[in-house]
Design a protein around this ligand. Structure first.
Ligand code: IPM
Ligand code: MG
Length: 378
């Protein structure tokens, strides 16, 4: 087939799918209130590499803090085992059908890191993270970062279902000399993430929201993101709003003179991915950060780091630090209506961080010892 015609057909298909997604977003406005459910089902997916080890420790902390509600039947834990790279390669799917059905039968998911093969690194399977965020429509990726001694208390609202990622496996190779990937931004997709950020600011007494784009260059997509965020801001007159380009914001985050002035950030997917790793590093490393992936119906809580396959290969998974997954468990508790228990976990986590020496090797503590310390201090 003629190259131009093939490209055209490919693009038409991509646009059609996205138009259908917009139509679904317009319909899907009902929000599940977890505090009104008689029973909350928490699904635990261990994932790959060090994932199963650190997720099991975080689950132990959750079970300890929710003991009474587990006994009364208000909370049920379910183990979901099939989200492994071996299984995903075997069925050639980012999330095997049966695993997705098990996930969808839960309300919230605690998920360990999953391995994603990069180009040239085995089969071309889509990231399980990206797939889960899309399948469950988890549009808000909320990532808190705090360094109290420096007055840093940031919350990032990364758009999680569009931008460069939703079409990441839908790019097109025109010929041996040329390839395209696509970025999509929609009014509905932007409005809902902006609303989530401003609502958070309002209910948590934050005074400032920063919109991050590169709208001077990506005028259509980031331009739309910027315009819609400012439009949503009109409903929150008490909150100061401004916008920054992603390059200067990455510099400002390492500028100690200005960085503690920021509070809430709202940003498209790719920038959110990059900037939140930078922010986590300022807090003490990606291993210290947790991440909430929230939609209208489902939500999923995870670490922001990867599966560290080398640790598993060298048999060191039991020395992996579960702090990030325990942080994810804390965010989960807050989300399902247990803010006091979340505070308890946070306090105990700080004690464990200050007293238990984790090195990732046998000269340090094990993940179980770390989690025991958290549990003892609840
Ligand atoms: C994250 C990760 C994921 C992402 C990967 C694993 C797909 O980096 O959660 O930040 O890019 O979103
Ligand atoms: Mg990332």
């Amino acid at each position: 087939m003629d190259k131009l015609q093939a490209a055209q057909e490919h693009f038409i298909k991509v646009v059609q799918e996205q138009l259908e997604r917009v139509a679904r977003m317009k319909e899907d406005t009902e929000i599940v209130d977890y505090t009104k459910l008689d029973k909350i089902i928490i699904g635990c997916c261990g994932g790959d590499g060090i994932g199963p080890a650190i997720t099991a420790e975080a689950e132990r902390v959750l079970r300890a803090v929710l003991k009474e509600d587990v006994e009364s039947g208000k909370i049920e834990f379910r183990q979901i085992d099939g989200l492994t790279i071996e299984n995903r390669i075997a069925v050639n799917k980012a999330i095997p059908e049966d695993v997705l059905a098990e996930i969808k039968a839960c309300h919230v998911i605690l998920k360990g890191p999953t391995t994603t093969p990069s180009k040239g690194d085995g089969p071309n399977i889509e990231s399980a993270n990206v797939a889960m965020r899309r399948e469950l429509d988890l549009f808000a990726n909320v990532r808190p970062v705090s360094v109290p001694e420096e007055g840093i208390d940031w919350t990032f609202f990364r758009e999680n279902t569009e931008g460069e990622y939703v079409l990441g496996s839908k790019g097109v190779v025109i010929d041996e000399d040329m390839s395209f990937d696509f970025k999509v931004i929609t009014t509905q997709g932007t409005r809902r993430i902006a609303k989530a950020a401003f609502e958070f600011a309002r209910t948590n007494g934050k005074k400032h929201v920063a919109i991050i784009t590169k709208a001077n260059i990506l005028k259509k997509t980031d331009g739309k993101f910027l315009e819609i965020c400012y439009d949503v801001a009109k409903d929150y007159p008490e909150i100061q709003v401004d916008d920054w380009f992603v390059d200067i914001i990455s510099a400002n985050l390492i500028n100690e003179k200005v960085r503690n002035q920021y509070e809430v950030f709202v940003l498209p997917n790719l920038y959110g991915d990059i900037i939140t790793d930078e922010a986590a590093q300022i807090q003490g490393g990606v291993g210290t950060a947790g991440s909430a992936n929230v939609g209208n119906k489902y939500s999923m809580f995870e670490a922001i780091h990867g599966s560290a396959p080398r640790m598993l290969e060298t048999g060191r998974q039991m020395y992996a630090n579960p702090a990030s997954m325990i942080k994810a468990a804390e965010l989960l508790l807050r989300h399902i209506g247990y803010p006091q228990k979340a505070d308890e976990v946070l306090k105990a986590l700080k004690i464990a961080n200050d007293t238990i020496k984790m090195t990732g090797r046998s000269d340090g503590a094990t993940g179980a010892e770390f989690a025991n310390c958290v549990i003892e201090n609840l």
